[in-house]
Design a binder for this molecule. Structure first.
Ligand code: PLP
Length: 423
């Protein structure tokens, strides 16, 4: 039996209705921007394999570093022990994060990084014996992961429907617009003293449909949140490491978070790792003679040496001049393509771009995740050798930074061809 047939006997795939699911495509190799399938076909990975791959697949520099580390120390308990890759990664991350951060807490993925952030923020107030601050503030249309805490602070949607009775209560506000900012500020002023933390995806709501909002207004909102003493948690799991054109999306604002969550591109997309970094104010609230004020959280693979090594190698590549130039080029090229989309005859709307991210909606059916145009779009694009996976009727691209001019042109061309075919 081939891989796909064997898969269908034993595997349960994520975010996938198993009934009548189309046969999964076995991938046998990844190199740079290209995924190679078992049957000999290949696809440009235009969404960085679910937003993780930064420098391309099978990068020899990262692979070599992981291999060497695996021969040296592949894993060790992280309570009572430490190791060079974990310490070095924290030393390198802290100074480049947007704000004054002093500690790194490691976990395994994006969802755990937000869980850690929420628990840190709630226990911060508990440790300070401020019993009133228990509520969490979050954006409507947000996505912070799939574990229970992360689901609770994510928008109530098709993803969370079965669990609504079990999710904790959250105050949801809309992302800032010129129309709503004053009302939102008033709400924060009124209820702020009961709010422990505000969690947000800075400037781009990823899973919510690559929705973008204004940096200037967000800065105003953050100012008012901070004025109420609320801890700010930036979830940069998707926006981190250059995706928005700056190293972090929070760099577009001068009001910085107290806690930041990182994953996805952290290891260049090679290994699972989560980081939750906090400032000294948060950290100090846990340093106490009282053992009850300990942060009782950890995972078996906390600070896995292989993953930390991969992250260090990815940072080496990211900080190189040609990678920074590539991000700038990608941003500028996206911008030009967007202009041609806007003026073209296709049934599209909501054109937007920020850095290396580009998104728009197809005017077809409802603006929602379950819009079936997504599956047809993916199929047609793959027939042309490009992997795209629209969120409902929202088409977006998020290529790895190693993408070549030729490959990028092919992605654009493919999008236009599919739009034509759909019309
Ligand atoms: C993907 C994502 C997460 C969840 O990360 P996982 O590694 O998939 O658990 C959390 N927050 C944001 C903003 C994300 O895009």
């Amino acid at each position: 039996m081939n891989i796909a047939a064997r898969d269908q006997q034993v595997i349960w795939h994520p975010f996938t209705q198993q009934k009548n699911m189309s046969s999964p495509i076995p991938i046998v190799k990844g190199k740079d921007s290209i995924l190679y399938a078992e049957d000999g076909s290949s696809y440009i990975d235009a969404i960085s394999s679910w937003w993780v791959t930064l420098h391309g697949h099978g990068h020899p520099y990262i692979a070599e570093k992981i291999y060497r580390q695996a021969l040296t120390l592949e894993q060790v308990i992280f309570a009572g022990f430490t190791h060079e890759p974990a310490v070095r990664l924290a030393e390198r991350l802290l100074p480049i994060l947007p704000g004054k951060f002093s500690r790194v807490f490691y976990s395994d993925n994006g969802s755990t990084s937000t869980e850690v952030a929420l628990k840190m923020a709630v226990q911060y107030w508990w440790n300070k014996e401020e019993k009133n601050r228990k509520k969490i503030l979050a954006f409507t249309n947000s996505y912070h992961g799939d574990t229970f805490g992360a689901m609770s602070v994510s928008d109530r949607s098709v993803f969370t429907l079965a669990f609504h009775d079990l999710l904790f209560e959250v105050i949801f506000i809309d992302t800032p617009t010129a129309e709503n900012i004053n009302a939102t500020k008033a709400l924060i002023h009124e209820q702020g003293s009961e709010i422990a933390a505000f969690i947000y995806e800075p400037l781009v709501q990823g899973a919510g449909g690559m929705k973008m909002y204004d940096a200037f207004l967000m800065n105003e909102l953050l100012m008012s949140v901070k004025l109420s003493g609320i801890l700010c948690i930036a979830d940069e799991v998707m926006t981190g490491f250059g995706r928005t054109g700056k190293l972090f999306a929070s760099c577009y604002m001068n009001q910085h978070p107290d806690i930041i969550c990182l994953s996805k591109g952290l290891t260049g997309g090679t290994m699972a790792l989560g980081v939750t970094a906090c400032n000294d104010t948060v950290y100090k609230a846990f340093v106490n003679d009282d053992k009850f004020k300990t942060f009782f959280h950890g995972h078996s693979f906390t600070a896995n040496p292989l993953a930390c090594t991969a992250a260090l190698a990815s940072l080496d590549l990211l900080e190189k001049e040609d990678c920074i130039k590539k991000i700038e080029w990608l941003s500028a090229t996206n911008h030009l393509f967007l202009e041609s989309l806007k003026t073209g005859p296709w049934k599209t709307k909501g054109w937007r771009t920020l850095g290396t991210l580009l998104a728009f909606e197809i005017k077809e059916g409802k603006d929602e995740y379950l819009n079936s145009i997504s599956a047809s779009f993916t199929k047609m694009a793959m027939d042309k050798g490009v992997y795209l996976r629209p969120l409902g009727n929202t088409v977006y691209i998020m290529p790895p930074y190693c993408i070549t001019e030729e490959e990028l042109k092919k992605i654009y061309h493919c999008i236009l061809e599919v739009l034509e075919q759909l019309a």
